[in-house]
Design a protein around this ligand. Structure first.
Ligand code: ZN
Length: 73
């Protein structure tokens, strides 16, 4: 199975700032599984979405892309 994002353990999620057992690494930033799901499920009109965008800054496009295409190459 080819995934672009690697799994890491025991690092701090850049979104919720909690130590998470696993998640994806994008540009040296960890995003935990629950935050990934939250982001994908959050409507663009939701205030939370803008919170995520702020957190991710210019990483956001890469993050969304990585999450949406992570199951393939
Ligand atoms: Zn998180």
């Amino acid at each position: 199975m080819a995934v672009t994002a690697k799994k890491y353990t025991g690092e701090t999620c850049m979104i919720c700032n909690e130590k998470k057992a696993e998640g994806i690494h994008i540009c040296d930033q960890l995003i935990c599984d629950s935050c990934q799901k939250e982001m994908l499920e959050t409507d663009v009109n939701d205030i939370k979405y803008h919170y995520y965008l702020k957190k991710l800054s210019k990483l956001s496009i890469q993050v969304k892309h990585a999450m949406e295409s992570g199951h393939s190459s």
